[in-house]
Write a protein that binds this ligand. Structure first.
Ligand code: CP
Ligand code: NVA
Length: 308
């Protein structure tokens, strides 16, 4: 079963092939009317379940549109409205859904929910974000970097702020795609040590530097994300903002990066908190290409999962 659970759990050659497929499918779509199906309809006759236990704009719309462009159909399910949200086990839900649909994408809280779904489903399961990781986003980010600047191997990526789920998948990608990551943020919000160790074991240089201005020197790519993720308690907001304010990505910080450095943010953003609008809308920013590339990257991931 080809589940897409995380970047470090997927073979590097497969990841590289998916980026190639995504770029080829994007090119093939160029010039077609928005919403028109691709010539290639690998998902014709297939049904995909998209389960959301958290809010979403990009993941929801890009998966839905991606399936339809490839000739398939979707059902978008809210966790709360399913029996899953009212006591039915994940294992039973996985087994039942597998009788109806060909593929399951789930956005959830605990990673264990995703893992149990994958263990018991007899169709592929794709991780649409958990509290711990966000692999589809980082596949789109790698694709975006390479479209603008060529191979990401050997480049310096600087993560500013919270060492969260998005940051974790960047660390996984560093090991698989061969780039280096410098994390700059407060010690209390460091990425998980296991993820750092794993990237290092695969040969990536992972640096932790509390000084954001020093960290960003020579960066090829500067990335940040919201200071309060969907799974973080609202009560932690003030403390997090106070801790993270020195790590805001603003023009002064971007000026320390290489002149041709890119800026990324997975969105949704809280403008003028983690990054200023001047940076988000400035010459380094590729945030809307990232959002678009969710569509293309996930189409490639779905094809890989289904062997199509
Ligand atoms: N970046 C991302 O996953 O966005 P959504 O929460 O809107 O899906
Ligand atoms: N770190 C964010 C990413 C949202 C796409 C969160 O988990 O809320």
């Amino acid at each position: 079963m080809k589940h897409f659970l995380d970047i470090h759990k997927t073979a590097a050659t497969d990841l590289r092939a998916m980026i190639g497929t995504a770029r080829a499918m994007k090119t093939a779509r160029n010039g077609r009317p928005k919403g028109a199906p691709d010539d290639d309809q690998p998902l014709a006759g297939r049904m995909v379940a998209l389960i959301f236990e958290k809010p979403s704009t990009r993941t929801r719309v890009s998966f839905d549109v991606g399936v339809r462009q490839m000739g398939g159909q979707t059902m978008v399910l809210s966790g709360k409205e399913m029996q899953l949200g009212h006591g039915e086990t994940i294992a039973d839900t996985a087994r039942v859904l597998s009788r109806y649909v060909d593929l399951i994408m789930i956005r959830t809280f605990e990673e264990q929910t995703l893992l149990e779904m994958a263990e018991h489903a007899t169709v592929p399961v794709i991780n649409g974000l958990t509290n711990r990781t966000h692999p589809c986003q980082i596949m789109a980010d790698i694709m975006t970097y390479e479209e603008h600047r060529g191979p990401i191997a050997g480049k310096k990526v600087v993560w500013c702020g919270d060492g969260n789920n998005d940051c974790a998948s960047f660390l996984h990608a560093a090991g698989q795609f061969g780039f280096d990551v410098t994390f700059t943020g407060p010690e209390t919000l460091d990425p998980e040590a296991a993820f750092v160790a794993e990237a290092r074991a695969k040969g990536a240089t992972i640096t932790i530097d509390r000084d954001p201005h020093r960290a960003v020197e020579g960066a090829d790519l500067v990335v940040t994300d919201t200071w309060v993720s969907m799974h973080d308690p609202e009560s932690a907001k003030e403390r997090r903002h106070n801790q993270l304010r020195p790590y805001q990505v603003n023009e002064a910080l971007m000026a320390k990066a290489k002149p041709d450095a890119l800026f990324m943010h997975c969105l949704p953003a809280h403008r003028n908190d983690e990054a200023t609008s001047a940076v988000m809308d400035g010459p380094h920013s590729v945030i809307f290409d990232e959002a678009e590339n969710r569509l293309h990257a996930q189409k490639a991931i779905m094809r890989w999962s289904l062997g199509l």
